[in-house]
Write a protein that binds this ligand. Sequence first.
Ligand SMILES: Nc1nc2c(c(=O)[nH]1)N[C@H]1C(S)=C(S)[C@@H](COP(=O)(O)O)O[C@H]1N2
Ligand SMILES: [Mo]
Length: 332
Amino acid sequence: MLIKQNPNGLDRPFASEITPREVYEERRKFIARMAAGAAVGSALWEMANREAFAQGVSTQNAAPVQKLAAKANPAFSTTEPQTSLRDATHYNNFYEFGLDKTDPAENAHTLRTRPWTVAIEGEVKKPLRLDIDSLTKLAPLEERIYRLRCVEGWSMVIPWVGYSLSNLIKAVEPTGNAKYVEFTTLADRSQMPGLRSGVLDWPYVEGLRMDEAMHPLALLTVGMYGQVLPNQNGAPVRVVVPWKYGFKSPKSIVRIRFTRDQPKTAWNVSAPREYGFYSNVNPKVDHPRWSQATERRIGEDGFFKRKRDTLMFNGYNEVASLYVGMDLKRFF
Ligand SMILES: Nc1nc2c(c(=O)[nH]1)N[C@H]1C(S)=C(S)[C@@H](COP(=O)(O)O)O[C@H]1N2
Ligand SMILES: [Mo]
């Protein structure tokens, strides 16, 4: 998120050279603290691994892989080659587990995804508190292969599992005052070592305008690659909004609130000049510190591989009607 693209034109950025100083310092503090806890942590981790071995499950992740059946939805899917599961689960942004791309895969095993309750409240006639199983069963699960583009200038193609967020919205019957939807994600220091970093005001909050949230492409997501979501990808429930930058897809959601006023979103609060409320993918509106015209597809990063052109709305032109008459340079 805060990492600038490599100014020397090579594909791979060198974090120490290009990371803003405050982030770099936060990261060093974080690493130092992690190292201090490592002696205890690694002993525990080894015990957990031994237990996992005994039970015959993967040692990569504390949780065994759980399959999740879903019907393919080709009408909502790209036919572009998919990013490998390995890349999609080892190159992540989930700052609650650290600032480096490999931190979530290493650290997110401490996230407890059960029991898990999501509160749906605010300007609604029928507020709901749903446990993760009821939430998963609220509508038939679909597999949708979406492009997701990070504001940092890389993208992936991932087969997500979930259903249109609109199903959940209709179930709670929003009042006429509901103009926006706010998503609040888990912020628990006992599970999330990254909360010690002051890089964002926790909890991580995101938001959408009602018509954006109602758009059928907006996906309430509980799985990927035919499995329940791995912790580092936002278990047990996240939202994926494929026409917006990746940070508009909040992970590990605990509250969905309907509001009259535009929600205060974490990235917008931290750097309002850099991250707007809308944050639609737009190759013509550069980030103040780098161009947004092109992107690197994860997995295609060879020395000779050309970058791809970034597409307006990440190629999801069907959402253009939501923004008719809006100056997208102003509402970035
Ligand atoms: N709670 C939470 N959600 C988050 C983030 C985060 O740091 N915390 N990072 C965002 C960013 S910047 C991106 S690009 C995507 C990355 O999703 P992925 O790791 O599943 O590809 O998650 C988004 N959702
Ligand atoms: Mo991102």
